[in-house]
Write a protein that binds this ligand. Structure first.
Ligand code: SF4
Length: 554
């Protein structure tokens, strides 16, 4: 699961004249909870559930868990009930939450900046093998997720993670989620500015701080000083993107209000340049605006993107400056167009210190605990103590001497971790899907994996950058709206009129300075069985008809 799933929202009720209670904005004095989520957050801070997990639930078992903790506050510690096995996608929308709940959990480990030591990676792998039936998926927000977690084991898992400086704090819930960072921060030769000190300071100030643990909804953030724009900044609530200011030098361009899900919006630039040491203050200002002015009445209007859309960039910047920073921001330039389309850092690249980093592609983010442990061993055997995760469900080994690179590449490839992947292996992402996700309608991970095999076999000469993203439902955990080919899972009719698993097709989405959402191809739905044929036809035609320099999205 790459992002916290959300059940398709009910239609917005009509307001009755004279009975409008506002949007639940605290800054306007609306403190009365206007829905069940706001009520349980007011009743008790989500962070407080940890004590109950440690002292009651882990000892008395699953059935002892208070429903408001089970389907609410436990998310503040990265815990989400997983889908009971054997329930088909047609039942997702009709069953009650408790009928979908398994007694096992998904547990998300937050990896801010995607930065891990090999020791941390080894511990993550060991926990997976001991407590999670070997599961460990790399998400598209640099996290790692386990499945099959028992509540009884959670305190011990936390102890082991925290012993090596990792945590699951606010990995889900209406909280400041993982702070995405450039996976090559501090090492890339072409880096404009290293955002790592800002990631660390924001984490220290904000994560686990009860001033920011009751937000209207989730709050997603990204910081990158890479000219490759490698953190999907366009679809975060706040993002800091590396730019060179003509007078002030390297710093960050400030973006707010991006987000996907069922009402996608590309973030907007505020036209402000922020130096590295001021990023934590500006971050704090933006998240405070969200907390104070964010809409809390309807869950499907509670993301920052709706406030930004209503206010516009100018007013948002004004409020940020006047009420929160108490000073004006410096105007600044927009980031430049990246020189290459792939942003995942896959392959072998020279670092600024002369050593090399090696990026590799598992299949649709699916690894396992044993493989993660082997990656740690292989990295260490080649002189590295650091790895990174990317927002494309990929990984990178850092700090490798040139002489060690060929051997490292061979070792990774022998684990089916491709350093030189096909465009299909490289560009295909998939969300969790029906295997574990309670909101899913269709299978995604296995489908994505078999699709890669099929396309590699059918189109061996295809060598253009291409992104194929699969979602298991109308949510956007695998970013379907900004993929070249976005596939939204739903039930469709086959040739004989039977309801089967399939996908609504979106074509031509993109991130980058030409960011935009894929067009829903009217009426175009493919069954899962037809998927390889359909994509083969689309790509073969693109290959045959494209003009020089023409991208799929154009
Ligand atoms: Fe997200 Fe996929 Fe689950 Fe839908 S099925 S909520 S897109 S993880």
């Amino acid at each position: 699961m790459a992002a916290t799933p959300e059940k398709p929202a009910p239609a917005t009720p009509r307001r009755k004249p004279g009975r409008h209670r506002g949007e639940g904005q605290w800054a306007r004095g609306h403190f009365t909870p206007l829905n069940g989520n706001e009520q349980f957050k007011k009743d008790d801070d989500g962070l407080n559930v940890r004590t109950r997990i440690e002292t009651i639930y882990s000892k008395a078992g699953f059935d002892s868990i208070d429903p408001n903790d089970l389907r609410g506050r436990m998310r503040w510690w990265g815990l989400y009930t997983q889908r009971r096995p054997g329930i088909d996608g047609g039942k997702t929308a009709v069953l009650e939450p408790e009928e979908l709940d398994d007694e096992f959990f998904m547990l998300r480990v937050r990896i801010d900046g995607g930065r891990l030591t090999t020791r941390q990676l080894r511990v993550i792998g060991e926990i997976s093998q001991e407590f999670a039936r070997g599961t460990a998926d790399i998400t598209d927000r640099q996290n790692i997720q386990y499945h099959w977690i028992r509540i009884e084991d959670v305190p011990e898992i936390w102890r082991r993670l925290e012993e090596v400086g990792l945590s699951t704090t606010e990995a889900c819930g209406d909280t400041p989620r993982v702070i995405i960072g450039s996976p090559v921060a501090g090492i890339a030769e072409d880096e404009i500015v290293d955002g790592t000190p800002a990631v660390e300071e924001i984490h220290r100030r904000i994560i686990g701080n009860k001033d920011f643990s009751n937000l209207p909804r989730k709050f997603k953030s990204a910081i990158s000083g890479s000219p490759l724009l490698d953190v999907a900044h366009e679809i975060n609530d706040v993002a800091f993107v590396g730019v060179e200011h003509p007078e002030h030098g390297p710093g960050f361009d400030l973006w707010v209000g991006g987000g996907l899900s069922t009402n996608p919006k590309i973030g907007v630039r505020l036209g402000a340049w922020v130096p590295l040491d001021e990023v934590p203050d500006v971050f704090t200002g933006v998240i405070s605006i969200f907390r104070d002015y964010g809409y809390r009445r309807l869950r499907n209007r509670a993301r920052l993107k709706f406030l930004v859309a209503d206010w516009g960039a100018e007013k948002f910047r004004q409020v940020l400056e006047d009420e929160y920073l108490k000073r004006e921001l410096v105007d600044g330039p927009a980031p430049a167009q990246p020189v290459q389309q792939w942003r995942d850092h896959v392959g072998v690249h020279r670092q600024k210190d002369g050593r090399f980093y090696v990026g590799f592609a598992p299949r649709v983010g699916r690894v396992d605990g044993a493989t993660l442990t082997k990656i740690a061993e292989v990295a260490e055997a080649h002189g590295s103590g650091r790895v990174r995760t990317t927002v494309e469900q990929k990984m990178i080994v850092l700090d490798v001497e040139e002489a060690q690179v060929p051997s490292l590449v061979a070792a990774l490839e022998s684990l089916d971790l491709r350093v030189n992947p096909s465009p299909f292996r490289r560009g295909t992402m998939a969300c969790t899907g029906i295997e574990f996700c309670k909101l899913a309608i269709v299978e995604t991970k296995a489908r994505g994996s078999s699709l890669i095999d099929e396309l590699e076999r059918r189109l061996p000469d295809f060598d253009e950058p291409i992104t194929i993203n699969l979602n298991g439902c109308p949510n956007a955990c695998a970013r379907i709206q900004v993929a070249d080919i976005g596939l939204k899972g739903q039930l469709v009719l086959d040739d004989e009129g039977r309801q089967v698993e399939g996908y609504q097709v979106h074509l031509g989405g993109a991130l980058g300075l030409e960011a935009g959402f894929g067009r829903k191809v009217r009426g175009l739905k493919v069954t899962s069985a037809e998927l390889p044929d359909y994509i083969e036809r689309v790509l073969a035609r693109y290959q045959a008809e494209r003009e020089d320099g023409e991208r799929f999205a154009t």
